[in-house]
Design a protein around this ligand. Structure first.
Ligand SMILES: O=C[C@H](O)[C@H](O)[C@H](O)COP(=O)(O)O
Length: 275
């Protein structure tokens, strides 16, 4: 049975909402006080699910945004806004919720489709648990199979031409500076005043697939590509969230402890590092 574009869009929204409510039910414990809130269209439902718990449940909680959109979401929902810059050294968020553009079999993520990746990575890495919420379109065996627009890379504008050169040298055939939205002349500008380059690469190998940095067809492993990209002068941050499964430490944890996917049949699939 074929579905119209409108029915498909409705199905996707329903899936996002289902995943968000389940993730909040499972991972927002009543005793938590510091919660990270990511960016994007799926996180809207995370905030909706949290607000639906009511002030009795949320009044002692502070919510840490990952950019201007999530800041507005938190405030509009009547939740308490706090900033990651105010989180004392040595302290962590209890949990952070965020969406993703693509999730591979090892729970590595592509993020930044909405140009919010840098603050998102800081908030995720500041949390004891990072929980990913998505719909069925984001599930993919290897990064780059479903999300074809490329890996979002946040760059200093003056370095953009050199970064484009280096990306091509690394095997990205068509990296491009992301244009602004209709009505905005020139490049998109992030919440940090930087630009985004989208760099498509051949679908990435999981580190467990090969001992080498690259497969025989030239495809990079997630880790090797990420390690190379972040070293390019002018790159501020990359939209690959990767690393060892389930590693959750104060510095550098980027992978979710669980990823929730709203499925087309109305179920919610939960992937954890071991599943
Ligand atoms: O820059 C945007 C963020 O990384 C989003 O979390 C990601 O693009 C997923 O967004 P959405 O939930 O709208 O698909």
């Amino acid at each position: 049975m074929s579905t119209t574009a409108e029915e498909q869009a409705k199905l996707v929204e329903t899936s996002k909402r289902l995943a968000a409510y389940q993730a909040v039910k499972d991972h927002l414990l009543p005793e938590y006080t510091r919660i990270g809130i990511g960016s994007g269209s799926t996180v809207v439902y995370v905030v909706e699910a949290i607000a639906a718990l009511g002030p009795a449940a949320t009044s002692k909680m502070a919510f840490y945004p990952t950019g201007s959109q999530s800041e507005e979401l938190i405030e509009a929902a009547g939740l308490t806004l706090q900033y990651i810059s105010k989180l004392p050294a040595g302290q962590q968020l209890d949990v952070a919720f965020d969406g993703a553009d693509e999730v591979d079999d090892d729970l590595n993520l592509i993020k930044g489709g909405g140009a919010c990746l840098w603050q998102e990575k800081i908030v995720a890495a500041s949390a004891k648990q990072f929980v990913c919420v998505a719909d069925f379109r984001k599930l993919s065996p290897r990064l780059g199979m479903a999300w074809k627009k490329g890996i979002p890379i946040e760059v200093l504008p003056m370095a953009a031409p050199r970064v484009l050169d280096e990306l091509q040298r690394m095997g990205s055939q068509t990296p491009r500076i992301r244009p602004g939205l209709p009505g905005k002349a020139g490049a998109i500008v992030t919440d940090n005043g930087l630009w985004i380059i989208d760099a498509p690469f051949a679908p990435l190998l999981l580190p467990k697939d090969t001992e080498a940095d690259r497969g025989s067809d030239g495809a990079w492993t997630v880790d090797a590509l990420a390690d190379g990209l972040i070293k390019i002068p002018g790159v501020a941050e990359i939209g690959l969230f990767y690393g060892k499964n389930g590693l959750q430490v104060a510095s550098g944890a980027q992978k979710p402890v669980a990823a929730y996917f709203g499925m087309a049949d109305g179920s919610v699939e939960v992937k954890t590092p071991s599943s």
